[in-house]
Write a protein that binds this ligand. Structure first.
Ligand SMILES: [Zn+2]
Length: 209
């Protein structure tokens, strides 16, 4: 059993970026914890995470107001205590301040603590996103949609319907077409400090060519 930690700025981000993957991990009996750094706009967050099979945690920062120093200290305490094998967080180039701050500190800390790191995509804010790993979430796509529905009241109606819901409904189908399954979520694998071989996953067996 592996311990998986998803560190996201806001409560909807783990669902948009990795909701299906969270459920796939939990179906395989891995322990998944989803941490929302902001503690506002999280109506329905615990219920959504429960549906996906993850433990829901949050810090008390507010949207757009993450104090970097305090966040970095709280995250280190949290990560040392949960002690995950794998860490998922935001893509590193983001037009939303919260997303970029959370990604930078989480990646830095996960490297220091020698975790495997994967970055997820938020279609409305990730700049020039590139992936090298895809997870087939066809069996969890309906759960991803149901999970975000549980958070409907955390957002203004317009934001939910015009930005958040489409970010859940459309990308998995598009990514699925690209990788050859019905629905997929995609990630950038940043590796870990050990082994020291950043492109390890590019090493392919000649038989597969
Ligand atoms: Zn967000």
């Amino acid at each position: 059993m592996k311990k998986i930690l998803v560190v996201a700025a806001h409560g909807d981000d783990p669902i948009i970026g990795a909701g299906g993957t969270i459920r796939e991990f939990s179906k395989l009996h891995h322990e998944v914890c989803a941490l929302s750094v902001c503690g506002d706009r999280i109506d329905g967050y615990s219920e959504a995470m429960k549906l996906l099979g993850a433990q829901a945690e949050h810090f008390e920062f507010s949207y757009g107001q993450i104090d970097e120093q305090r966040f970095s200290e709280e995250l280190e305490k949290f990560m040392r205590s949960f002690n995950p094998d794998v860490v998922f967080t935001h893509w590193q180039s983001e037009i939303l301040y919260d997303h970029e701050v959370v990604s930078n500190h989480t990646v830095k800390l996960a490297r220091k603590l020698e975790k495997q790191i994967y970055l997820f995509e938020i279609p409305a804010s990730s700049l020039d996103f590139q992936f090298d790993v895809a997870i087939d979430v066809s069996g969890s796509y309906e759960f991803k949609k149901r999970a975000i529905e549980l958070m409907r009241n955390a957002f203004e109606k317009d934001v939910f319907e015009k930005e958040i819901m489409p970010s859940i409904v459309f990308p998995p189908g598009f990514r699925g077409i690209q990788v050859g399954c019905a629905y997929a979520e995609v990630f950038k694998h940043l590796g870990s400090r050990f082994p020291l071989s950043p492109y390890r996953k590019r090493l392919v067996d000649l038989e597969t060519i």
